[in-house]
Design a protein around this ligand. Sequence first.
Ligand SMILES: Cc1cc2nc3c(=O)[nH]c(=O)nc-3n(C[C@H](O)[C@H](O)[C@H](O)COP(=O)(O)OP(=O)(O)OC[C@H]3O[C@@H](n4cnc5c(N)ncnc54)[C@H](O)[C@@H]3O)c2cc1C
Length: 384
Amino acid sequence: MSLLTPEQKAIQQQAREFAAKHIIPFASQYDKSCEFHPYLLEAAKESKIFAMAVPVEYGGLGYDALTQALVLEEWGYGCAGMGTTLAASILSMDSVLVAGTPEQKKLFFTPMLETKIGSFGLTEPGAGSDAGAGKTTAVKDGDSYILNGTKCWITNGGFADVYVIYASTDPTKGVKGLSAFILERGLEGFTVGTVDHKLGIRSSNTVELLMKDVRIPADHLLGKEGEGMKIAMMTLDLARPAIAALSVGLAQRSLDECVKHLQAKFPGKPQPGQTLQFKLADMETEIQAARQMLHHTMVLRDSGVPFSKESAIAKVFCSDVAMRITTQAVQLMGGYGYTSELGKYMRDSKIMQIYEGTNQIQRLVISRAVLAPAPAASAQKAGK
Ligand SMILES: Cc1cc2nc3c(=O)[nH]c(=O)nc-3n(C[C@H](O)[C@H](O)[C@H](O)COP(=O)(O)OP(=O)(O)OC[C@H]3O[C@@H](n4cnc5c(N)ncnc54)[C@H](O)[C@@H]3O)c2cc1C
């Protein structure tokens, strides 16, 4: 029995059909050519799905968090690389959602209504998990800020229309000097560097961003100076379940393909030995547990209950499940698994444990919440 509303089921079905028509047939081709293909954005125009996280008052689809997760699972099922394009755009929107003024929201969200994409630039060489160690600076100059620095491994960076970039407005203050800014495409001094070769999610665009004396209006500062780390953490709390959703989709696809293969290999016979049957049962169990955990987290978010710990738990659990299931599926299919599309799912899974905060960092977040003093802990428990 499904606990989803009829609207959620209809949107899930639309996303499934979109993936079947516009994602699955192209996934292998774009994985092999390692290219982000604007075809995806063209195809998505009709469904306007890139506006699903944009609130209705800004002209978007305003889907609740659970519905967004349903769509992202279908995109992850189709291709985690193309799913990453959508997830990273939502990630950038989340920074504006948590800290933007109405004018900033309009500026940032309007392109999404036309199926343009956003990009989120926090990571730098030497500043990944330790995001506060970044060297990018933003210096106030009259009614502008001037940005200098380099961001690395930025998803959608080469194709985005709007960016959220984190830069220090006061390097002497370390993490407390970090601030967040909106940048628009085409600014002088803003260039895209190398396109990174990747183990997986090869159809997504991952690039370096280089900023040399990039001048932006002062009113493109999100929140106040020094609030960057707080905004980044709030953004990631909102966005991490998207990675959990892609992971569930990836795991489900691997299991489905594995079952199809085994059924074709043993046609008309009782299915292979009990050891194999139990493995399939465990895979199904893990995927269902991951999906339910993700949906629970989304219900907490939609209910306005604190969900930071659950967001980290869902990201860790679902991405670890994806890694295990995709690896197991290759193993169960033997040489065919190793030489077929299944290998892609295994390669695509690895990044789920790394980006938007590695799973080690998530475990730090979870353990801090577990060890937190009573008031914070009881607030969390209210959501159980
Ligand atoms: C394909 C791809 C797409 C990406 N997209 C984006 C994007 O759109 N925007 C963006 O800003 N960034 C993006 N990233 C960057 C990504 O978020 C970082 O790679 C990630 O946060 C880890 O940072 P790092 O690579 O510098 O690893 P490091 O921080 O150097 O970590 C290396 C290892 O040490 C461990 N470690 C580090 N600190 C601790 C600690 N305190 N305790 C325990 N273990 C620790 C980590 O878990 C990891 O295993 C992307 C990366 C990739 C590869």
